[in-house]
Design a protein around this ligand. Structure first.
Ligand SMILES: Cc1cc2nc3c(=O)[nH]c(=O)nc-3n(C[C@H](O)[C@H](O)[C@H](O)COP(=O)(O)OP(=O)(O)OC[C@H]3O[C@@H](n4cnc5c(N)ncnc54)[C@H](O)[C@@H]3O)c2cc1C
Length: 427
């Protein structure tokens, strides 16, 4: 019986493990092993809501061990450090608990076929001081850390009467979504009178973007609409502004202008994590693993890569597919079919279908576009309708993992919870 190891249980890896567990693992047709450095999965596109305090990550996380037991795969907790391609093994670091005590020793794991799904990390583009003085949104830990700093800053602003400046570098989806959520969080904190905050006077949020428009991947009409919406909420948008360096208390642009910043969030791009380089596979210039139309690595047909850690160039467009959950989901569906197929059958190439993109502008608005059957015709969306569709993206992910009934039950439970708890975490 062959062993398929999936390294990384994010948007792509966990869905793939669940599908392969259901189709092969449950029926004893293959051994499916999912490896992740964390014991729980949290869907990354929701991280900005953890950072603002709107969402409690524990209520939305999936415990890998429980998912594995229900769907016929095994879960191994540990950080992948490297790989021996000739022995067909990957090496895992020792697993330590929160108190630093070693719970599992360093190990190796054998595979017949390996899928790498490590995701991506923040790219600081070697900008001076950016890595040292900026916060990021790469993990639940980062988002919770941001939230704690945000609450502490609001508390100081409310008590001292000195405004807190939050600068978000990068006007893509992450930066825009975070800014919109933060302004609602500030208002909620002020409403609860927690820190005697005056939202307009005490908290200044700004987005700094190098390009001349926010959300460059969207239709320019939507970008302008998003910018108007943010401005109406009191958020300062500085486009055509290139960050030259980050200091502990400021962001300095290429013109030499200092933008005071008590908290700087860097959301200007992503790159493959360092573990990609340790794999000894062909990489592109932002450390993503280059894959063929069958999502196989260039160096080894038994090793595949999906999601943000991989670089797949769409033959029809001649450009790499973007680092998005939509791509990771489609690649997981494709590989689940390919790896479940009988040996000897020639798989068709992976084809990415772009269904459009939606960006949240807080709890009640979003902008985006839907690409229907004719990909050159896009339907532009905004307001509440777009926000409802945006919410459905997460439900789709939950449904892929747990099925319709459990997704519906969970949605109801979260809706009820939201009705009886404050709209943001107050501590
Ligand atoms: C704030 C934010 C908002 C976003 N919004 C959207 C959106 O609206 N729409 C959209 O399509 N996309 C969005 N994205 C992008 C989307 O989250 C990613 O494209 C998607 O999660 C990629 O899936 P993945 O499976 O490649 O990696 P991830 O979901 O990042 O998962 C990677 C997994 O690998 C594990 N891992 C990493 N390194 C190791 C290691 N060495 N050993 C073991 N395990 C490891 C991690 O713990 C993690 O579980 C957003 C991202 C962010 C940060």
């Amino acid at each position: 019986m062959q062993t398929i190891v999936i390294a990384g249980g994010g948007a792509g890896g966990l869905e793939l493990a669940t599908r392969l567990g259901d189709s092969l693992g449950r029926h004893g047709r293959a051994r499916i092993i999912l490896v992740d450095r964390s014991p729980t999965h949290f869907w990354k596109p929701l991280l900005h809501t953890v950072a603002s305090g709107k969402r409690d990550p524990q209520a939305h996380e999936v415990q890998y061990a429980a998912q594995a037991a229900e769907h016929g795969f095994e879960f191994v907790c540990g950080e992948v450090l490297g790989m021996d391609r000739h022995r067909k093994t990957i090496s895992l670091a020792a697993y330590r608990g929160d108190n630093g005590i070693e719970m599992l020793p360093a190990r190796t794991l054998s595979y017949d076929r390996l899928v790498l799904a490590f995701g991506a990390v923040t790219n600081f583009f070697n900008i001076a001081g950016a890595a040292e003085h900026s916060l990021t949104l790469d993990s639940v830990w980062d988002a919770e850390h941001f939230h704690k700093r945000f609450l502490a800053s609001c508390m100081q602003a409310g008590s001292r009467g000195a405004a807190v400046n939050i600068v978000i570098v990068g006007g893509g989806a992450t930066g825009v979504e975070l800014a919109a959520e933060l302004i609602h969080a500030v208002r909620a904190l002020a409403r609860y009178n927690v820190h005697a905050l005056d939202p307009e006077r005490d908290v200044h949020i700004s987005i700094v973007e190098r390009g001349d428009l926010l959300l460059p991947h969207l239709n320019p009409r939507l970008s302008r609409r998003a910018a108007r919406h943010l401005a109406s909420q009191g958020i300062t948008v500085r486009t055509s502004t290139t960050v030259a360096r980050v200091e502990p208390d400021a962001v300095v642009d290429a013109e030499g202008t200092r933008h005071p910043s008590d908290m700087t969030l860097w959301a200007a791009g992503v790159e493959g994590p360092e573990v990609c380089a340790a794999m000894g596979l062909a990489l592109n210039r932002i450390r993503q693993i280059i894959v063929t139309p069958g999502l196989q690595t260039l160096d080894d047909p038994d090793i595949f890569a999906i999601g943000d850690c991989s670089s797949y160039v769409c033959p029809s467009k001649g450009a790499a597919v973007p680092p998005r959950a939509q791509v990771a989901h489609q690649q997981a569906m494709y590989l689940a079919e390919v790896l479940s197929a009988k040996a000897g059958s020639e798989p068709p190439p992976f084809r990415y279908r772009d269904y459009g993109s939606l960006v949240s502008l807080g709890p009640f608005a979003a902008v985006g576009s839907l690409l229907c059957s004719n990909p050159t015709r896009e339907m532009l969306l905004g307001g509440v309708a777009a926000r409802v569709l945006y919410g459905l993206m997460y439900q789709k992910h939950v449904m892929a993992l747990h099925g319709f009934l459990r997704m519906a039950a969970q949605s109801l439970a979260h809706w009820l919870r939201d009705k009886v708890t404050p709209p943001v975490k107050l501590h």
